[in-house]
Design a protein around this ligand. Structure first.
Ligand code: HEC
Ligand code: HEC
Ligand code: HEC
Length: 424
């Protein structure tokens, strides 16, 4: 009898405690669930943003050219409805397209919700890395390096439109090697130079830029620039002294974004494409010079210059123009990987032996024996969009546990009361 009263009391106690704990715990649990959902929405938003929006709004939402920044405090405070509507319907008569399926776009409601979550609560520095990991960082438009007022001054000169065009082409393609204002770097001679203006004819300059200079870092540009663009560049080299001083200043350094995934991609691409000539650790072979050596990094200081060398190759040597085989972000991944050697590069390289006992690389101008690459063989994989509708088992357990405890407590107290009645 005592025992039964005791168990009835105990069961009631369990019941009350469980309920109490549950009531106390429930709000935090809901908060946590909400926070989890928001985190996963933001992450989905980052991926959707990388695939659809970064091209205009910039990898970190900083805005590119005429396209506004999305990383701004004003938009963070903007209400859900306004943001969702802007994205879904676009802005009529502007470059901002409509994105919702309902308006003929590619994005469903969940994707647009995720984008709003990103704009209101996301972190743009994380987004920048996600965009880079997917190989979708947009290239900055070239016009940004020359201030608008300088461009206007250049345009006012005779043949000004051509000179202004050439100045922008120079800023985009040549500055990394020939330096700000054409004043040379460790990699390449000055082009803004009285001697060149006096001694080179337009034809000579045109030929140099079109075809390059054999076995030097000066590659031919006929694949990348039109004859008219090359003619404008020739005009610039011949009339550089008429331009305002400091017209084409040093662009802000744009180091390649580095993430563990990009380094991994770069490592694999290097192993597949470069190591058989430049050595497994960049130490050089008979076929090609070392890259993992101090003198190389003293010469090639900027990532932009290294990217240009790899993209355009070295004319009339075994060094191919990789721009014809690899994508921009693949080449940048290789450059990021090679840049890692800089800190520990030895003063003197010890080239890997082997390579068939042929002549040293300097004399080996034989056509490279390159295996064809399958297109996008090693391109960064695009992860599947996360599925927001997935069942979260943790939530079921969290909800289920108090329920089961309640059932047990109820069962126990009914049983105890039953026994109590029986014994009377
Ligand atoms: C083709 C270029 C382009 C693309 C791609 C693009 N946008 Fe835009 N976006 C613009 C332009 C231009 C504007 C400014 C429109 C205006 O003048 O009102 C804009 C405006 C916006 C605004 C309003 C900004 C403000 O300050 O009011 C939001 C929000 C926005 N875009 C989000 C997105 C999202 C999200 C995506 C990807 C799904 C995207 N955009 C893709 C060009 C683009
Ligand atoms: C990867 C580095 C690199 C890039 C990028 C580059 N150059 Fe050169 N350029 C060189 C080097 C190195 C030389 C000197 C070659 C030699 O030793 O004769 C050179 C030489 C020249 C010359 C010959 C100068 C003379 O004395 O006659 C011209 C003209 C020239 N470059 C124009 C350009 C233009 C225009 C661009 C952009 C479209 C450009 N270069 C981009 C590395 C580069
Ligand atoms: C078929 C052999 C071969 C392959 C493959 C090759 N290179 Fe080269 N590379 C050369 C040779 C030869 C030179 C030297 C050219 C010269 O200046 O005479 C060179 C030069 C270079 C330079 C300039 C070095 C300097 O000191 O000026 C860089 C940077 C470079 N290669 C990077 C790469 C990268 C990155 C890859 C892989 C994507 C690659 N190379 C693949 C043969 C090769």
């Amino acid at each position: 009898m005592r025992l039964q009263m005791f168990s009835a009391f105990f069961a009631a106690l369990v019941l009350v405690t469980t309920l109490g704990v549950y009531i106390l715990y429930e709000p935090t649990r809901q908060d946590r669930a909400r926070a989890d959902l928001l985190t996963s929405q933001i992450h989905q938003g980052e991926i959707v943003f990388a695939q659809n929006c970064a091209v205009c709004h910039g990898g970190a939402g900083e805005g590119l050219g005429a396209n506004p920044a999305l990383a701004n405090p004003g938009l963070r405070e903007t209400d859900y409805e306004t943001l969702a509507k802007t994205i879904a319907r676009g802005r009529y008569n502007t470059a901002m397209p409509a994105w919702s399926v309902g308006d003929g776009g590619p994005l469903n409601d969940a994707a647009i919700e995720a984008l709003v979550a990103l704009i209101q609560h996301g972190d743009w520095q994380t987004t920048r890395l996600v965009v880079a990991d997917l190989g979708l960082t947009p290239r900055a438009p070239i016009s940004v390096t020359i201030p608008a007022e300088t461009l206007a001054q250049i345009t006012a000169l005779p043949d000004g439109a051509k000179l202004a065009n050439a100045a922008q082409l120079y800023a985009a393609n040549c500055i990394a090697c020939h330096g700000a204002n054409g004043k040379a770097t460790a990699l390449a001679p000055a082009l803004n130079d009285a001697k060149i203006r006096a001694e080179r004819t337009a034809d000579q300059l045109n030929k140099t830029i079109t075809q390059g200079i054999a076995a030097t870092l000066m590659a031919g540009w006929n694949q990348r620039l039109t004859p008219a663009q090359i003619a404008d560049l020739v005009l610039l080299i011949q009339r550089w002294d008429k331009l305002p001083a400091n017209a084409i200043p040093e662009p802000p350094p744009q180091p390649i974004i580095v993430t563990p995934k990009i380094l991994e991609t770069g490592k694999n691409l290097y192993a597949q494409n470069c190591s058989w000539c430049h050595g497994t650790e960049g130490q050089g072979t008979r076929r090609a010079p070392a890259l993992n050596v101090q003198s190389f990094f003293q010469k090639v200081t900027s990532d932009a210059a290294m990217t240009l060398i790899v993209t355009n190759g070295v004319p009339k040597t075994a060094m191919p123009a990789w721009g014809e085989r690899l994508g921009v972000s693949e080449i940048e991944a290789i450059v990021a990987f090679a840049r890692q050697w800089q800190a520990t590069a030895p003063a003197v390289a010890m080239p890997q032996t082997g390579g068939g006992g042929g002549p040293p690389w300097q004399r080996n101008n034989a056509a490279p024996n390159l295996q064809p690459l399958a297109p996008n063989q090693t391109g960064a994989a695009t992860p599947g969009a996360p599925n927001l509708g997935q069942i979260d088992w943790r939530q079921i357990v969290l909800l289920g546990a108090p329920g089961i405890a309640l059932l047990i407590a109820l069962g126990a107290s009914t049983w105890a009361l039953w026994r109590l009645r029986d014994s009377e």
